[in-house]
Design a binder for this molecule. Structure first.
Ligand SMILES: Nc1nc2c(ncn2[C@@H]2O[C@H](COP(=O)(O)OP(=O)(O)OP(=O)(O)O)[C@@H](O)[C@H]2O)c(=O)[nH]1
Ligand SMILES: [Mg+2]
Length: 259
């Protein structure tokens, strides 16, 4: 089937999110139908074995939703890219399954994509009227703040860590080689696709009410590795300068202590 220009493919990566799927699908299609948006949803599940497939298959009789199950692989970013490959339409919206990203905001993302000058749309919890539900742990807030500051030299956005974003197929296709490691696929796309005109949509980041978070310390380490690679890609001079400064400071410190 040739891709449709005016419609959207909504991509949702999932791992053990069975209890969230039905409300997510119902709220999403209530929103797109009311806004007159022709939409399909592709749930890319990493073999959760928690009933996700059965839930989606049941919903498929009422809504244009389908599940793609990846077996023997894990990873949010790879799942999102697989969703792009499966999409029938030319505009992609990506959001989490746990309803922390309000699907009611999807029409705002689609409106921005209607502007040919806009090459990426991303949610923000920190800009404009954006907000985070009160019970997000302080440790997560600090980690999110630090991660955002570290990404600043790569992209000057208020919340480049967000997993709620939209782009056109053509933007994805112009990407330099993508490295789908870790959670921050939006940051990877923003940098590797050379996005210049990015729209930010303030959202209220809700609390997770079902299922469990998959965020972990290991994901934090993956992010550090991801950032280094992106710095090397976008700002190799900065990486070399930082290395030289480190070597000079280490050398000077050693020299000061060696008699
Ligand atoms: N396919 C796939 N999806 C994943 C994987 N890890 C996480 N996800 C999905 O990615 C989305 C975000 O994961 P969360 O665990 O909510 O991560 P988070 O929102 O950063 O963390 P919290 O704020 O604690 O919820 C959810 O829809 C998850 O089900 C994975 O390995 N594979
Ligand atoms: Mg979440």
């Amino acid at each position: 089937m040739p891709p449709t220009l005016s419609a959207v493919s909504i991509i949702v990566p999932t791992f053990r999110e069975a209890p969230n799927i039905t409300p997510l699908v119902e709220r999403t299609f209530a929103t797109t139908t009311a806004a007159g948006i022709d939409a399909e949803m592709i749930i890319v599940d990493d073999d959760s074995s928690d009933g996700t497939e059965a839930v989606v298959e049941k919903l498929a009789s009422r809504f244009p939703v389908r599940v793609v199950v990846r077996r023997g692989v894990r990873g949010l970013s790879g799942a999102v890219l697989r969703g792009f490959q499966e999409a029938n339409h030319d505009r992609f919206v990506v959001l989490d399954a746990d309803l922390q990203h309000p699907p009611e905001m999807i029409p705002r993302f689609v409106e921005h994509l209607d502007d040919p000058a806009c090459d990426f749309v991303i949610a923000t919890r920190y800009g404009g009227t954006g907000a985070i539900a009160g019970d997000w742990p302080i440790g997560r807030r600090l980690a999110s703040c630090l991660a955002t500051i570290l990404a600043r030299p790569l992209v000057s956005l208020s919340d480049p860590m967000s997993g709620f974003f939209a782009l056109r197929r053509g933007t994805w296709e112009r990407a330099a080689e993508l490295n789908p490691v870790g959670y921050k696929i939006a940051l990877e796309l923003l940098v590797k696709c050379g996005c210049k005109n990015v729209a930010e949509v303030p959202i209220e980041f809700a609390s997770r009410t079902a299922g469990e978070s998959k965020a972990s310390f290991r994901e934090g380490l993956r992010y550090a590795n991801h950032l280094l690679r992106l710095y090397w890609f976008r700002r190799p001079g900065l990486v070399v300068a930082a290395l030289i400064v480190t070597v000079v400071v280490a050398g000077a410190t050693l020299a000061a202590f060696v008699p």
